[in-house]
Write a protein that binds this ligand. Structure first.
Ligand code: E4P
Ligand code: PEP
Length: 444
């Protein structure tokens, strides 16, 4: 399998790419990345593909979540730990309450580049380049910050490495030990319904673990969890530089993350993103929005997974609450009938964004859950497995999405709106979602 050159990829169209002023600086950053050690090992990517094959068989559920846009400033121990903790809590709820193994994948350690609807942003009559994620430019609304800077490609690598290092330490060093289920909840808002429900479930799990130890189960079995990294493979310069030939198999892997996905805006069948990702061996995701036809999905599957390997391809649907039922069903029916081995997971975030009167981008928790319900209903009607969730969330008590048990309303958005791009579920809303989805899964 040969990797296309960066020049050949660029010739296919630089959709949603930065416009750098200094080609020599870009070439130098790319050259340095090409010589940097891998962030993940190819064998780990294969392990994830094998786990995702269990999702294809309907034997496991994929939980993929994290920030809309990570920031370099956000690479702190607390921040990473909080995100990990909410994902672990959600996974425990889904695993225990629905008795389904959960494959855990973070939108982290590389989720620094954003596709945007507009190239520019205007405030008070001043127009500057839009913020495209810390990989490309800065969030501050100044001409200097918004300049596309290739040095940020190297900063992306370094911050991804630091995050992944911490995640590996947390997930293998004892923090994620299942016997800590209670401690993940200690500083949690105990007076929320979700917090109390979790506490009850943690007590049951603790009792079950004590019983298992008493009958001779190896306690080390509970000590570590498998946790994988993922991000949107948006920046061609970065992803191409991080694509390497694996010495075991002689095949190309994108060693910037375990799993990478192609966004809704860059999934053109003859485009550069589909071309590059069709050549790598990592498990792949592709976003499918409301304009997707069954033939689009079939063509993507044919190009990205010609050998129909289970676990290789995950379709991440994001139709919106009002469109999921009539939009997804015909696509799913035709793809399922053609025998294609793909996972289907639900991103209930990106089709449900709107601007509040105060100007904040937000999402209604109830719309998010309505889309998840529609996703489950369509899968039940077609007889396919609702394989997972792809969610923008944070481990902190932010006020970015309205609704949920805490009844966050539009007036609350200003209290703690910290996302630099799209609104994320707060810690409480994330846990509420996990309990609701566990109920749907049980029925599925
Ligand atoms: O996260 C996804 C996209 O980057 C985001 O929805 C684009 O937002 P915009 O429409 O404000 O550019
Ligand atoms: C940009 C994103 O989503 P989509 O491609 O579905 O719009 C995203 O998940 O960050």
């Amino acid at each position: 399998m040969t990797i296309p050159s960066l020049e050949d990829l660029n010739a296919l169209g630089r959709v949603q790419q930065p416009t750098y002023g200094d080609p020599a600086a870009v070439a130098s950053a790319v050259a340095r990345l090409r010589n940097s050690p891998p962030l993940v090992f190819a064998g780990e990517c294969d392990d994830l593909t094998a786990k995702l094959a269990a999702v294809t068989r309907g034997e496991a559920f994929l939980l993929q979540g994290g920030d809309c846009a990570e920031t370099f400033a956000g690479v702190t121990a607390d921040n990473v730990k909080n995100k990990l903790r909410v994902l672990l809590q959600m996974a425990v709820v889904l695993t225990y309450a629905a008795s389904v193994p959960v494959v855990k994948v973070g939108r982290l350690a590389g989720q620094y580049a954003k596709p945007r609807s507009s190239d520019t942003e205007t405030r008070n009559g001043v127009t500057l380049p839009a913020y495209r994620g810390d990989s490309v430019n800065g969030f501050d609304f100044t001409a200097e910050a918004r300049r596309h800077d290739p040095q940020r490609l190297l900063d992306t690598y370094n911050n991804s490495a630091a995050t992944l290092n911490l995640v590996r330490a947390f997930t293998t060093g004892g923090y994620a030990d299942l016997r800590e289920v209670h401690s993940w909840n200690t500083d949690f808002v105990q007076d929320t319904v979700a917090g109390q429900k979790y506490e009850k479930l943690a007590t049951e799990i603790q009792r079950a673990l004590t019983f298992m130890e008493a009958i001779g189960a190896d306690p080390d079995e509970f000590h570590r969890v498998d946790f994988y990294s993922s991000h949107e493979a948006l920046l061609l310069d970065y992803e191409h530089a991080m694509t390497r030939i694996d010495s075991r198999t002689n095949l190309p892997y994108d060693v910037s993350a375990h799993m990478v996905w192609i966004g809704e805006r860059t999934r053109q069948i003859n485009g550069a993103h589909v071309e590059l990702l069709s050549k790598i061996q990592n498990p792949l995701g592709v976003k499918l929005g409301p304009t997707t036809t069954a033939d689009d999905a079939l063509a993507l599957a044919e190009k990205l997974n010609p050998e129909n390997i289970p676990g290789r391809l995950t379709f991440i649907t994001r139709f919106g609450a009002g469109k999921i039922r009539e939009g997804l069903q015909p696509v799913l029916e035709k793809v399922a009938a053609s025998g294609i081995a793909a996972n289907w997971i639900c991103d209930p975030m990106h089709g449900n964004t709107f601007e509040a009167s105060s100007g904040y981008k937000t999402r209604r928790f109830e719309d998010v859950m309505e889309e998840v319900q529609g996703f489950f209903d369509v899968h039940r009607a077609v007889g396919t497995w609702p394989g997972g969730l792809h969610v923008e969330l944070t481990g902190d008590d932010v006020t970015e999405c309205i609704g949920g048990g805490e009844l966050i309303d539009e007036a609350d958005l200003a209290n703690r709106y910290e996302s630099v791009c799209d609104p994320r579920l707060s810690r409480v809303q994330s846990l509420e979602m996990a309990f609701l989805v566990a109920d749907m899964l049980r029925k599925a």
